[in-house]
Ligand binder design. Structure first.
Ligand code: FAD
Length: 476
């Protein structure tokens, strides 16, 4: 550590990096430590994947659109930033979701939580699953638990508990929205550890989910009362509110955008040398890297520990947002949207009826739809241009919903290599990476969506944890 004022650097200005800076500044101030904090962001704007666009009175999310209310970090951060009053919940009149089955819309049976039935009557009545498939799912109530508690794939676990039909027709399309992944490659322990705990504790996944549902009201006690009934929340002017709130709270922090970090190396005296795209270098006293893991691996390419980071694959996704005159939509917007299972052979993987789900997103008389494209094994879209993406999404909407109207406008967002895929054994791999990094590059932490959770609340938590580790190091 330098004898003068310590200089701490955060690489990447997405939600993880901004949260890290916020909690680092707060912690150092409360401990009376005078340190210089810098955030370096490669692109010209902060926020990373979070990007809200306001166009013609519409509030358009080009990246994430909301956060899980149950997870505390976003609500806690909003409270600290004075933004609680800006939060909003989903439209209670559009709680339904549809799933496509053989080209037709089926209502997702009420009572499904993450695709797991918690009410048996609606599940037994759904046309989405065959009688045999339902009987197979109900076997979960009788099947013994797996004795081994080692990691396995999410797909294998769900197929083992609920059978192939429920996995393919309900759970996989639902979870595709979070990971866009191949469930047979994703780690159960790293994605849904609660499923494994439920099996261990209750033997049956269905019984475990039913028991956890009973506690869900208490789980949301931290959410403002007006929106407590909503599973997801966002900000009335979009998630950019959170990014702007963080930037506003970072007075005194050196915010640098439009310049990337190319390499980070050890320097003399327990310090670290950071190299920038423009060729200059700086010596700092601690670094938190919050980029995607393959980018961190590049920055740390000379560090043997970084080889583990290269194992984490990323899937590319895109979305096509379309604005319409409400009168041109030939069906009732009575749901949050629909999901498309893989074997339906469509381009789109889901469509959110954004203006029905979030009432603040469209002006009166208008409607906003968002189609998702791309998941593991469906990456051909990378060869298509924006016009082709719009055409293919519109073709699916025409065939599935009879929607032939020409949109008022479209917005295409391409997010190549944006969805980290936690492989089986991911947690052990991360632990090994961190242990080795601490030996090979003390003073450098790497965190973010590629590690312990992709959701915004998980990223905020991880940014905060890294900030506290770095602060402890500075204070020691
Ligand atoms: P990023 O946002 O990727 O930020 C990393 C930053 O590092 C970037 O700004 C990048 O430019 C910068 N960078 C990269 N290399 C360098 C370098 N060499 N030097 C300096 N800077 C560099 N989560 C939810 O909770 N709710 C949702 O609704 C939701 N929807 C999603 C929809 C999509 C389409 C996607 C892709 C993700 C979604 N997620 C959602 C997940 C969530 O948005 C992300 O996991 C989260 O925003 C990642 O934040 P981050 O800060 O870790 O990474």
């Amino acid at each position: 550590m330098s004898a003068t004022r310590p200089h701490l650097m955060i690489v990447g200005g997405g939600i993880t990096g901004l949260s890290a800076a916020f909690y680092l500044k707060k912690r150092l101030e409360s401990d009376g430590v005078d340190a210089r904090i810098t955030i370096v962001e490669k692109s010209t704007t902060f926020g990373g994947k979070i990007h809200t666009l306001e166009r013609d009175g519409f509030v358009i999310e080009k990246g994430p659109d909301s956060v899980l209310a149950r997870k505390r970090p976003t609500i806690d951060l909003a409270r600290e930033l004075g933004l609680l009053g800006e939060l909003t919940g989903t439209n209670p009149k559009a709680k339904k979701t549809y799933i496509v089955r053989q080209g037709k819309m089926h209502r997702m049976p009420p009572g499904l939580v993450l695709g797991i039935p918690t009410q048996m009557t609606p599940f037994m009545k759904t046309g989405l699953i065959s009688p045999l498939g339902k009987a197979r799912a109900a076997l979960d109530l009788l099947k013994p638990k797996r004795e081994l508690t080692t990691d396995e794939s999410l797909g294998r676990f769900l197929e083992r508990r609920l059978g192939k039909e429920v996995l393919e027709r309900i759970v996989e399309p639902l979870l595709a929205g979070i990971y866009a992944g191949d469930t047979f490659k994703l780690s159960l322990k790293a994605t849904f550890p609660q499923f494994q705990s439920m099996e261990q504790k209750h033997r049956s996944l269905i019984l475990g989910m039913m028991a956890s549902r009973k506690n869900s009201t208490e789980e949301n006690a931290h959410v403002p009362a007006e929106i407590r009934g909503s599973a997801f929340v966002t900000f009335k002017k979009g998630l950019q509110t959170l990014v702007n709130g963080l930037l506003g709270a970072l007075d005194g922090v050196d915010l640098r955008s439009g310049v990337g970090v190319t390499a980070i190396r050890e320097a003399a005296g327990e310090q670290t040398e950071v190299m920038f795209e423009d060729g200059h270098t700086e010596i700092v006293d601690g670094v938190i890297i919050t980029t995607q893991t393959f980018q961190a691996a590049q920055v740390l390419s000379h560090v043997p520990a970084a080889a583990d980071l290269k194992q984490i694959e990323y899937i590319s996704v895109a979305n096509v947002i379309m604005a319409f005159d409400r009168k041109d939509i030939p069906f009732e917007l009575d749901a949050s949207g629909f999901l498309v299972p893989r074997n339906e052979g469509r381009t789109i993987t889901a469509c959110t009826w954004t203006s029905a789900k979030w009432l603040h997103t469209a002006p009166d008389g208008k409607a906003l739809l968002r189609c998702y494209i791309g998941r593991a094994g469906q990456q051909e879209w990378l060869q298509w241009n924006d016009e082709q993406l719009v055409d293919k999404a519109r073709q699916d909407l025409a065939e599935l919903l009879g929607l032939h109207a020409v949109p008022l406008f479209t917005e295409v967002t391409r997010l190549p290599k944006s969805m980290p895929q936690y492989p089986v054994g991911h947690l052990e791999q991360v632990a090994r990476f961190r242990e080795n990094l601490a030996k090979q590059m003390p003073g450098v932490w790497v965190t973010g969506a590629g590690f312990h959770g992709v959701g915004i609340p998980d990223c905020i938590r991880q940014g905060q944890e890294a900030a506290f580790q770095l602060a402890n190091d500075v204070l020691s």
